[in-house]
Design a protein around this ligand. Sequence first.
Ligand code: 9MG
Length: 258
Amino acid sequence: MGILNVTPDSFSDGGRHGTADGAIAAGLRMFEAGAAIVDVGGESTRPGAPEVSLEEELQRTIPVVEGLARAGVPVSIDTMKAGVMRAALAAGAGMLNDVSALQAEAESLAVAAGSKAQVVLMHMPGNPRTMQGLAAYDDVVGEVRAALAARIAVCEAAGLARGRLIADPGIGFGKGVGHNLALLRGLEAFHALGVPLLLGASRKSVIPAVAGAAPVTDRLPGSLAIALRGAEAGVAWLRVHDVAETLQALKLWEAMRG
Ligand code: 9MG
């Protein structure tokens, strides 16, 4: 999954794609580099990021979703808003990536259930403004897994078939460095959820926390190390900024496993 942020303030690539055409071209490049899907996001989810209005998020994302879908690129919409989900589905998105696991807005569950889209349920305590104050766990792997299992149960009860769900432990969302490392170490435990897993740690702060200060654009080596850990653990989806580089690393990893 290639990350395509159409925001002025995302932590790593905010403001890079000034126009819809520029963002569409960047998404096409990711697809041509081998991304199976491009994740379009119009609201930053970095800690403390300000909320964006529905109108603004629609304006940022929908022309890009439309343009990519028209070009035959599979598209995921990264949003916590039911209205953006609805418009993105109508514009051709085939996946909903909601970091609130369909909890931020009451309507989201029904929108997802009424669609045919795949749905990523990510673990995040609170919201992007409160989550870092909620980073307290006795057993982070067990607690995050239990929270995701509860969301899967709610989705199934609402009519969302399990076969459409993807679970994600939410690296960096309401977690400290120790929690992120424990989750990465314990990824295999999440297979008990019975749905494919997604891992997103590309360029995240766990990298400089472990390896020493590095600006976001200098975190490719750490991002690749985490991607390979995800592959080793059998994760189905990797959400990454650097598609070609990640695929090269994965191909080598796969070839060496024999
Ligand atoms: C939008 N977004 C930012 N980080 C993410 C992650 O780790 N997983 C998912 N599903 N979405 C994310």
